[in-house]
Design a protein around this ligand. Structure first.
Ligand code: GLC
Length: 454
């Protein structure tokens, strides 16, 4: 969409056209991620509106599946094993002769994602190890030319489409295998070769799979955006995929921020997606038994929805493509909850109410959803709500709930002793205006009695 001759793409790229037209505004298209993140608040309304259109499906999707799959899945010691254990490149690359997952393993991932309530998937096309899961003319270090003998990314694309899921490609700029992957930092010829290789691979990714919804760059070490020629990179991506959205890890701000292993809303109204593992590893690590509980993961998803963000939850399939039982169990439990309560997540508006020792919150219009994860029993209290409550019900069953509202608290009464839903129970609290909470007022304004017991 064009407005004053400036498109979202121009703005993101910081091209001459956009800079000339907006001469008064400082644009920092290059530089560190944190500096570039500030861009969004400076963007013209038309640019924001165009981005909003591109991202509409993504915001509504809310919940996605991240998939880390590569040679490290055969090794089963985390996707960083190659570097972390100092494995020689010649030794590590032999794994390519053993990486031959069961055909169409991706179908099970896509089915799992769908029944979990995840609306999109993002899979590693090439991770730091440098092995390409897709067909490429630029290297034989790729699945079709090694043991697998076929394009694993294509199987994934087809599986996602079959389930009606949107999909994206993760792509690591850092490359531990390519001979120029490190020397590009101090050898200009090597940099040129490596950038050409990188842009070439991305061009293939953007050309060979019809419509792709997300490009998810990762780790831009050891170059900066200028050296990667990230502007040209994005420009090529947008030319080949006009509707695609890109993240912020090629040194440019992109369309959304990517907090990792934490749920922290981006500043200035920027779109954000929190990516997270279910245990401590992205790639399959056989011995990692430190799984989060379903409840913790559910609370994270709720907190993402409260802040208007997305949650990209990872699976690390084994080398044969099978998904660890724990991941399947967690995703299945989440899916069951989402089938009853998903509406309180997908369509949620940003929510100011946040304080409770036993619940998280989301909101739709004037309705506050209180997601109780530690069920206190027959009475549930909420402090500091400044809006008037009109009605309350248990969301999943529609059962009405009695309530009593005082100045500093509202209490929901006559509830079952045991939590009626798992892993959290949701109360829909309809208010007379946007639900807001003022915890300060409780501390400062709540009337006090005498010095002793009155
Ligand atoms: C980090 C890790 C990488 C993982 C990514 C997911 O960048 O290096 O292994 O793929 O996070 O966000």
């Amino acid at each position: 969409m064009n407005h004053n001759g400036i498109t979202r793409r121009d703005w993101m790229l910081g091209t001459g056209a956009s800079l000339a037209a907006l001469a008064a505004r400082p644009v920092r298209a290059f530089g560190s991620i944190s500096a570039s993140q500030e861009n969004s608040s400076q963007e013209p309304e038309a640019v924001k509106a165009e981005r909003a259109r591109h991202m509409q499906w993504w915001h509504a999707a809310r919940f996605g599946m991240f998939i880390h799959f590569g040679l490290y899945s055969v090794l089963g010691r985390h996707e960083w094993a190659m570097e972390d254990e100092g494995i020689p490149v010649r030794e590590y690359e032999q794994l390519a002769k053993r990486f031959n997952p069961v055909p169409n393993s991706a179908r099970a991932w896509a089915k799992l994602a769908k029944q979990a309530g995840q609306k999109y998937m993002v899979m590693t096309s090439k991770h730091h190890e440098g092995f390409c899961n897709f067909d490429t003319k630029l290297t034989n270090y790729c699945a079709p030319k090694q043991a697998a003998g076929r394009d694993l990314l294509r199987e994934y694309v087809e599986a996602a489409r079959a389930e009606g899921l949107r999909f994206g490609f993760y792509y690591s700029l850092m490359d531990w295998h390519h001979p120029d992957g490190t020397r590009c930092a101090h050898d200009e010829d090597a940099r040129k070769r490596f950038v050409e290789y990188t842009h070439g691979l991305i061009r293939e990714l953007m050309s060979n799979y019809r419509k792709v919804d997300v490009l998810w760059y990762d780790v831009d070490w050891p170059l900066n955006a200028e050296q990667w020629q990230s502007e040209q990179m994005n420009k090529m991506v947008f030319e080949l995929q006009p509707d695609i959205i890109v993240n912020n890890r090629n040194g440019l701000p992109g369309d959304f921020s990517t907090p990792e292993q934490e749920v922290v809303a981006a500043k200035g109204g920027r779109a954000w997606e929190s990516c997270m593992t279910m245990n401590e590893s992205w790639g399959f690590q056989r011995a990692d038994d430190n799984w989060k509980g379903t409840k913790t993961i559910m609370r994270n998803l709720i907190e993402c929805a409260r802040g208007g963000g997305n949650y990209l939850l990872n699976i690390g399939p084994r080398g044969d493509g099978s998904v660890p039982d724990e991941s399947v169990r967690i995703l299945t439990e989440i899916g069951q909850w989402m089938s009853r309560n998903g509406e309180t997540i997908y369509t949620a508006d940003p929510c100011q109410v946040s304080e409770s020792l036993f619940a998280g919150f989301t909101r739709k219009g004037n309705t506050l959803y209180m997601h109780v994860h530690f069920w206190p029993g027959d009475t549930i209290a909420l402090g500091g709500l400044t809006s008037q409550v009109k009605s309350v019900r248990l969301f999943a069953t529609n059962q009405p709930v009695r309530f009593e509202q005082e100045k500093f608290r509202v209490r929901f009464r006559g509830l079952p002793k045991e939590a009626p839903d798992h892993p959290v129970t949701t109360l829909a609290i309809e208010c007379d205006s946007e639900p807001l909470q003022n915890m300060n007022a409780i501390r400062t304004d709540r009337p006090r009695a005498g010095v002793g017991l009155s």
